[in-house]
Design a protein around this ligand. Structure first.
Ligand SMILES: Nc1ncnc2c1ncn2[C@@H]1O[C@H](COP(=O)(O)OP(=O)(O)OP(=O)(O)O)[C@@H](O)[C@H]1O
Length: 702
């Protein structure tokens, strides 16, 4: 039976076809599987560079171009074009199988061949060639084939390589890009590693198509076809990069983690992995830090389940529980004890004061509360001895043994007060949840998948660790420590999670243009950022293949003029037919957010303030930098990035009080700006009044 496969380029262009054509495409291909070869009416193309190209009638004017296997049954739909354009496109193309990855490659061979003589002439007057230092054998070993090699040998500058991008299959171009950037063949080989296969048969197109899940979707039936065509923009559901795919499909002996810069698809990988583990019959917890992010994970997971293995979707979805980590804690708590009576911050403060009065201690309520959270709870200290030996990293002044004894006395009294009065804090609910789960032999989950891992607290990690038994694929953790904006620094080992030897990194950014990414990465340059595993993390090598405008950076003399400029910028975007919903404005404080909404509305531009759990809505989305997490916008303005507002003075511990906490607070403020800027897909403006934030000043003077 003929099987249909959809090439990524076809799906990318599908939404821009007229509605009637889209409907006809769906009709024609919904019946494809059941059509016999004779009934398919695939037309051969005279004068084609590749005699396996065929066209199929969509309607009177439109034709689809398919790659037909000479001796297999998988037909790949490459393009839908008006009649003449379809024939012309198909004539010029050649399909081949990459000798290293074994994947299918389609290229405009006519354009490639035509460009070589011209490039050759240009190269004659230049003494050095771009790839002079790389031997043919190394190039072949990396999958550069005989069609590409003549071009490679006449390239003299990297801008020519950039210009040749459209002429080459993406993997071959990536290899050359890596070599031109100074990577050794071995390093390039490593980057390709995920997709290397041996014994490739260049004639076996069916096998090649099956290996090409990063660019070809093998359609399992009409439901899957309809689901793919219904959401053609969400390519992440279908085509994973080989490195992403390898992590999704891997079987790990224990816990594993994925890291990578912003927009590299960590959430996408976490979603696919949760989905795959559930399809294999596991009970999965998919979790993250906030309720809003959990809601967005649920929506994406549903979409994914309805696309892949659509028939099993309800079953698969019933095996994945998506909830943010505090909600899990409260649920486990409620099941055992009913609703907790939570203390407010004020009541907690009074309790600490009661304790210090009772014991006649000279320690402030604020100090004790912080010591309890950041040392006792964070380190999981249950006894005086554990507290005495606990690390107090970041806790400003050192404490002598007698002061520590006093703290422990106060902590014990405070915890007794909570217990006597049946009171709980958010942290003790999480702790109790972890205790309840750790005592259960029948764990509620087989697998725990965590997104935005950098923001979780130690107590939350202990809860998650206790939610699944230790074993193969027990925990999968996705995060980027450069984007830590809530949680403290945690190391996996102190919360009982071992990911050593099971860490992977994603490097290709799918969200942002290279220009925006480069500028945003500059904000983090030189910062020592931990990797949650005893070392330092780096976003070096994170790159984007999309090109666009440079970010616009602008200072103003007053907030009023900055606001006026913002409304003009937003208007210029809407005039250029960007929908208001595709525009975001980020600011450091709620007050600034309110002022921006008012200014946009006064200028007749629809706007809304982002609120908890309300990401969807009409109008320009205006939110604090914290609220920007998990979102992305075609156009984004980051406003009020002035020296007085960023870092926000109230969020930074004074240096003389605690130099460690001061440095960490500053890094968190810097990360906030980094998170905000990396939400932009196509255009970014960053503005301030008076003087720029020191984070920006440093990049401006680079
Ligand atoms: N294989 C893919 N194909 C197409 N689009 C992809 C792919 N992987 C990721 N994307 C897209 O890239 C964008 C960023 O992906 P995602 O949110 O998973 O990245 P992230 O690493 O979690 O980002 P961040 O850390 O900045 O929150 C999304 O729009 C996503 O749909």
């Amino acid at each position: 039976m003929a099987q249909l496969a959809l090439d990524k380029d076809f799906l990318l262009e599908f939404p821009s076809l007229e509605k009637q054509v889209r409907e006809r495409v769906s009709e024609v291909f919904a019946k494809f599987e059941h059509a016999t070869h004779a009934g398919l009416h695939l037309e051969k193309i005279t004068g084609a560079r590749d005699d396996r190209m065929r066209t199929i009638r969509i309607d009177q004017f439109w034709r689809g171009v398919l790659l037909a296997p000479p001796n297999g049954d998988t037909y790949t739909l490459l393009k839908v074009l008006p009649h003449d354009a379809a024939y012309d496109w198909a004539k010029r193309r050649k399909a081949s199988v990459n000798a290293v990855t074994g994947a299918i490659e389609i290229r405009d061979i006519a354009a490639l061949d035509a460009s070589i003589p011209h490039m050759k002439r240009m190269a004659e007057s230049v003494p050095e060639r771009l790839f002079e230092h790389v031997k043919d054998a190394d190039l072949r070993r990396l999958g550069i084939d005989e069609h590409t090699l003549p071009l490679v040998r006449v390239l003299t500058a990297s801008f020519q390589l950039e210009a040749a991008r459209g002429l080459l299959p993406p993997v071959q171009w990536d290899v050359l890009y890596g070599l031109a950037a100074g990577l050794s063949p071995e390093e390039v080989w490593d980057e390709l590693g995920a997709s290397i296969v041996g014994d490739v048969d260049p004639e076996d197109l069916d096998a090649a198509v099956r290996r090409s899940s990063d660019r070809v979707l093998l359609v399992e039936g009409p439901d899957e076809l309809m689901a793919a065509l219904a959401h053609p923009f969400d390519l992440w559901r279908i085509y994973l990069h080989p490195v992403q795919r390898a992590v999704v499909d891997a079987s790990y002996k224990g816990s594993a983690r994925i890291s990578g810069g912003p927009g590299t698809g960590k959430t996408v990988v976490a979603l696919h992995r949760a989905h795959r583990l559930a399809r294999a019959g596991g009970r999965v917890l998919l979790t993250t830090f906030t309720s809003t992010l959990a809601e967005s994970l649920q929506a994406s997971l549903t979409l994914l389940a309805e696309t892949t293995g659509a028939g099993e979707a309800p079953d698969v979805l019933s095996r994945v529980r998506v909830e943010h980590v505090d909600r899990l804690a409260h649920r486990v708590f409620r099941e055992a004890h009913g609703l907790p009576e939570l203390v407010t911050a004020q009541r907690e403060r009074r309790l600490w004061e009661e304790v210090t009065d009772q014991l006649g201690l000279d320690l402030s309520a604020t100090f004790l509360a912080e010591e309890w959270r950041q040392v006792v709870l964070a380190r999981g200290a249950r006894t005086a001895a554990e507290y005495l030996s606990a690390k107090r990293t970041g806790r400003g002044r050192g404490l002598g043994a007698s002061a520590k004894a006093q703290v422990w006395q106060a902590v014990t009294a405070f915890q007794e007060l909570l217990a006597e009065r049946g009171l709980w804090t958010y942290e003790t609910v999480v702790e109790e949840g972890a205790r309840l789960l750790s005592e259960r032999d029948d764990k509620p989950f087989d697998h725990v998948v965590v997104d935005e891992a950098q923001d979780l607290y130690p107590g939350q990690w202990r809860l998650l660790r206790a939610a699944a038994a230790e074993g193969p694929d027990d925990m999968f953790v996705a995060g980027d420590t450069h984007q830590r904006i809530y949680g403290p620094q945690v190391s996996f080992s102190e919360v009982g999670i071992n990911v050593r030897g099971r860490s992977s990194k994603l490097r290709i950014n799918y969200r942002t243009t290279a220009q925006i990414l480069r500028w945003s990465l500059g904000l983090m340059r030189g910062q020592a950022v931990d990797d949650m595993d005893g070392g330092l993390d780096s976003v070096a090598g994170c790159r984007s293949e999309m090109r666009g405008a440079e970010p616009v950076l602008k200072g103003f003399t007053s907030w009023d003029t900055e606001l006026r400029h913002l409304t003009e910028t937003v208007r210029s975007w809407t005039d250029a037919e960007v929908l208001p919903e595709e525009i975001g404005v980020a600011a450091r404080s709620n007050k600034t957010v309110e002022q921006v909404v008012a200014a946009l509305e006064a200028a007749g531009l629809p706007a809304r303030a982002l609120a908890k759990g309300a990401h969807e809505g009409k109008g320009v989305a205006v939110g604090t930098m914290h609220r920007m997490k998990g979102l992305e916008f075609r156009c984004l303005a980051v406003v009020g990035t002035s020296g007085e507002q960023l870092p926000a003075p109230r969020s930074v511990t004074p240096e003389d009080e605690d130099p460690g906490a001061h440095a960490r607070d500053l890094l968190r403020e810097r990360s906030l700006l980094f998170v905000a800027c990396t939400r932009a897909r196509e255009q970014l403006t960053v503005s301030w009044h008076h003087s720029p934030s020191p984070f920006i000043d440093a990049v401006l003077s680079d």
